[in-house]
Write a protein that binds this ligand. Structure first.
Ligand code: NAP
Length: 243
């Protein structure tokens, strides 16, 4: 059985991705860091709609916890493997760089970049061995493409994730594993709820923030067989906001 693992699947974009993939008939592993209530709600929404989902708690920045959780899962699922990996967990800790504390620099890079590394490295061997159309989708950001003031940590982490996406895509192409990045603009979620949406949406040609379900639809497409020749790409989803 081919499973999907979605990091940060408890809330926001990750929850919408879990629901979308489950609606496509893919059993989903919902990873979360600490909000078990939100993770359970994601699972309930999937199961109520007739899908399959299980929870997997770990902090993506904790290599031992990642390895342990995935080792346990493989022991309990000897005939299954993770064919779809969505590296979605991310945090934002904005401030101007001249007053950014070390901890805000490191935690943002740890979550986005080291989290991607630990989880992907652990999942890759089986995915490549199967040669069965594996999919890795990395949640980047418009901020990693154009940079945004107050986000040197976040922009650096997302730009690095884009670089890693392009490298890894070339390493795995011959094993039929595609690796792509999705780069959303402003999307409605807990991460953006403190922003002045009325003001910021004026920057967006479509004059609104995007919805998590709109990002999930793109991730869903990247998990279909129809997307098999797309790899190493960064696909923007931003209502026309780029420059
Ligand atoms: P969100 O609503 O704040 O949700 C963040 C998710 O990440 C939660 O499920 C959280 O788990 C999980 N998470 C955070 N740190 C983690 C860790 N160390 N280990 C495991 N899970 C962790 O964020 P969102 O807006 O949906 O964003 C999802 C992704 O999209 C992020 O990578 C973000 O950078 C990217 N993005 C968002 C936007 C936007 O406008 N919203 C735009 C561009 C890119 P808990 O529930 O347990 O805390």
């Amino acid at each position: 059985m081919k499973y999907a693992l979605v990091t940060g699947g408890s809330r926001g974009i990750g929850r919408a991705v879990c629901i979308k993939l489950a609606s496509m008939g893919i059993p989903v592993i919902i990873n979360y860091q600490s909000n078990s209530e939100a993770a359970l709600e994601t699972q309930r929404l999937i199961v109520d709609a007739g899908g399959r989902a299980e929870l997997m708690q770990f902090d993506v920045t904790d290599e031992a916890a990642v390895t342990n959780a995935l080792d346990n899962w493989e022991n309990e699922h000897p005939d299954d493997y993770i064919a779809y990996l969505v590296n979605n967990a991310g945090i934002r800790k904005d401030s101007m760089m001249f007053m950014m504390p070390d901890s805000d620099w490191h935690s943002v890079i740890d979550t986005t970049l080291n989290g991607f590394f630990y989880v992907t490295r652990r999942v890759l061997p089986k995915m490549m061995r199967r040669r069965h159309g594996g999919r890795i989708i990395n949640m980047a950001s418009l901020s990693g493409l154009k940079g945004l003031p107050g986000q040197t940590n976040y922009s650096a982490a997302k730009a690095a994730l884009i670089g890693a996406t392009k490298s890894l895509a070339q390493e795995t192409a011959q094993r039929a594993v595609s690796v792509n990045a999705v780069a959303p603009g402003f999307i409605e979620s807990d991460m953006t709820k403190d922003l002045d949406e009325e003001e910021l949406k004026k920057l967006v040609p479509m004059n609104r923030f995007g919805k998590p379900e709109e990002v999930a639809a793109l991730v869903g497409f990247l998990c279909t067989d129809e997307s098999s020749y797309i790899t190493g790409q960064v696909i923007g989803i931003n209502g026309g906001l780029y420059t």
